[in-house]
Design a protein around this ligand. Structure first.
Ligand SMILES: Cc1ncc(COP(=O)(O)O)c(C=O)c1O
Length: 443
């Protein structure tokens, strides 16, 4: 029987398979674009792998296979993860905070931070109550959250534009408006505060003092904070600026780290932890109900890397390499771009991204035009910035901020500096020439 019947989706299926999210566009667009040889990938959020990182990881893989029994690594395990791994991860967290969190009570391994975030966002927001529950986030924020709000990011997110402060030589930083944050948090519909700190896409890192103020407001009001520390401490610790930066522990606060940013992105491993065992118990039951537990082999590998000190070596190499590449990329861009005086660049504080905001472009030009031209004419892939501004009314300008927020949202874009230096140089030349074309100087 070949009768053609329409595929019907549940509300859950509809929402989880949305194709208009930044993540789907990024991953699908990137896989298609990369099929053609010679592309320069300044898009994907994957760390570089400078020598000797690949050989350190390979050695650790071999050691892990020899050291742990096959059955230990491959048979079903506990909901929270593989205890020997959680024990060593808890050791590093406890040293960092000077506290005594317990591996089996306060920690859990997950299938990557996207999955962890998804569970947390949908546990505390969404239309599943007679009153709507929303999250509050600062803008710009990680584009990967957008598709994870199963109630729809338009309904579940309250977004705040941040203040923009120029720091000289065309660099700027974002700063949360604490007063506005507090006022907005009072909205009874808001129950969750979400922040990627260090931030993707801006690389902004909040100082300990600033984060403490925000989190203590959240906790005082009886709400929950999700601190997405995908680039944070104790691992992978890809932070260059803000020496006072530290995550915050506390009742109703959950912290998530990702192994992806230590060059294990294909392994899909993240660690979530909290003082709050009530929240951890909820999350563990959710893992059990949806997926039993996170895979054990990546946990075994990560344990070997931490135990041997190799993780610190990897992190040191990454920080040094990324920092050099970041400086090189900005230098090259400024040298090549005739209009570099109009391009604001977010001061780099962490990870391996550059957020660029070409001001004074013709009104109709958006980062989508820049993306398309870079791909078609220069074989270079970037990430459009607009994907990081979900949950904000399309025409919101927030004039009181002192800058045109709508223009920022439409024109900014993100670059990843993970490629090898010579390829990165060419990528930055391409970005410079492409922007000059839009500014009109190459016409
Ligand atoms: C802030 C942030 N959170 C989460 C993720 C997702 O990480 P994972 O690979 O662990 O799912 C990323 C990846 O780029 C990120 O930048």
């Amino acid at each position: 029987m070949n009768a053609h019947t329409e595929l019907k989706l549940s509300d859950f299926g509809e929402r989880l398979s949305r194709s208009d999210t930044g993540t789907v566009q990024l991953l699908e667009g990137m896989s298609k674009a990369l099929l053609e040889p010679g592309r320069i990938n300044l898009g994907m959020g994957a760390p570089p792998r400078p020598s000797p990182i690949p050989s350190i990881i390979k050695r650790a893989e071999i050691k892990t296979v020899h050291k742990t029994k096959h059955v230990d690594r491959h048979r079903y395990g506990r909901p929270e993860g593989w205890l020997p791994f959680l024990e060593i991860y808890a050791r590093d967290v406890n040293e960092m905070f000077g506290c005594e969190l317990e591996p089996e009570k306060n920690f859990a391994a997950f299938h990557g931070s996207s999955f962890t975030n998804s569970l947390i966002l949908n546990t505390f927001t969404g239309p599943y109550r007679d009153f709507g529950l929303k999250a509050i986030i600062n803008m710009p924020e990680y584009l990967g959250y957008q598709g994870q709000f199963l109630g729809g990011s338009e309904n579940c997110v309250f977004s705040l534009y941040q203040k923009m402060r120029e720091t000289g030589h065309n660099f700027f930083v974002f700063e949360p408006d604490l007063k506005k944050f507090r006022e907005t948090l009072e909205n009874p519909e808001i129950y969750l505060f979400v922040i990627s700190n260090p931030n993707n896409p801006s690389t902004n890192v909040l100082t300990h003092e600033m984060l403490e103020k925000m989190v203590s407001d959240v906790v005082k009001m009886g709400k929950v904070a999700l601190l997405d520390e995908a680039y944070g401490k104790p691992h992978p610790d890809l932070v260059y600026k803000n020496s006072s930066y530290e995550p915050i522990l506390g009742k109703r606060v959950v912290i998530v780290n990702s192994a992806s940013k230590c060059c294990m992105e294909g392994d899909r491993l993240s660690v979530g932890y909290s003082e709050d065992t009530e929240i951890m118990d909820v999350l563990k039951r959710e893992i059990t109900n949806s997926a039993f537990h996170a895979p054990k082999p990546p946990q075994a590998l990560f344990k070997t890397l931490i135990e041997s000190g190799d993780i610190i070596r990897i992190e040191n190499h990454l920080r040094e390499y990324c920092k050099r590449n970041l400086e090189r990329a900005v230098r090259r861009f400024k040298k090549e771009c005739k209009n570099s005086g109009s391009v604001l660049i977010h001061e780099n504080q962490s990870s391996f991204y550059i957020l660029m905001y070409p001001t004074d472009l013709p009104k109709e030009v958006t980062s989508h035009d820049v993306y398309k031209s870079l791909l078609a004419d220069y074989g270079t892939i970037i990430v459009e910035g607009s994907g990081s501004f979900y949950g904000i009314p399309v025409n919101e300008r927030s004039k009181e901020l002192g800058y045109d927020a709508l223009d920022l949202r439409r024109k900014c874009f993100r670059i990843t500096v993970s490629p090898r230096p010579k390829i990165l140089d060419q990528g930055m030349i391409n970005v410079a020439q492409c922007l000059d074309g839009f500014y009109g100087t190459n016409a």
